[in-house]
Design a binder for this molecule. Sequence first.
Ligand SMILES: [Zn+2]
Length: 303
Amino acid sequence: MGSFRDVRVLDIKFLEESHVIANYLIPSKDGPILVETGPETAFEHLKEAIAKEGYHWKDVRHVLLTHIHFDHAGAAWKFAENGAKIYVHPKGLPHLHQPEKLWNSAKRIYKEDMDRLWGEIAPIAKNLLVPLTDKQEIILGGVPFITHYTPGHAIHHNAYQMDKVVFTGDVAGVKINAGPVVPPCPPPDIDLMAWKRSIGRLKSLHPDRLYLAHFGAVDRPDQHLGALKNRLDDWAAWIEPYFKAGEDSEEVVPKFVKYTQDQLREEGVSEQDVQRYEKGNPSFMSVTGLMRYWKLKSQGRLE
Ligand SMILES: [Zn+2]
């Protein structure tokens, strides 16, 4: 088997913007396999993207979720209503069956912006939810996948290896077009040590290619993952003094936005792509997530 099996990149035009959220479609003997569904607000675009590849969305029998954040899993219930199986880490699974807690926790971050960003959510029947844990191997319609439990960004995060490529969700960072890779750091699960171990796991697979949710294929995984680790350290170190000084997250956000957007601009990222980075990985979220990381660390609740 060659290392590049047929993988279709689906641009689901999140908030009407291209190159922000990618889902992936892999043809199989049991219908096309979907990796990630994106949020419910982009479901119409997802349907169109699947149709462009010559399938109907109702042909999808298997959906692999890297994790349950709404921008990855928000439309999974639509596929489940049509009878598709939804594969997810066991720590995320209960929250898809009973999404109230997930919704409320996201509402604390996004407040009155929930509907515009994420749309509707509905429970998924237990019999359609399939737990996948570390190093578990499954074959879907003849296509073999290996699960890699990869916490750090989220405690319920899996990456999925297929031959020599890996679907990395958010654990391999966000990289838009020719820009640099950056770490998405939303609350409440950011854990630097765990994330670095997950980066190490991905490196140890010596993949030929990574497929990021934000956005697309990366063909030099080793260099990419090294750069991600550096940027994660850089952002965490930048936040630490503000945490120590007891500053309020809201006051730190504009400074962090300037710091990170200047980083992007210095690396030649266009203004349109700076905005794409912000849509795929909002800065205010990373401030809250990293402030929380330092707080838990100072309390001895993280390594
Ligand atoms: Zn995420």
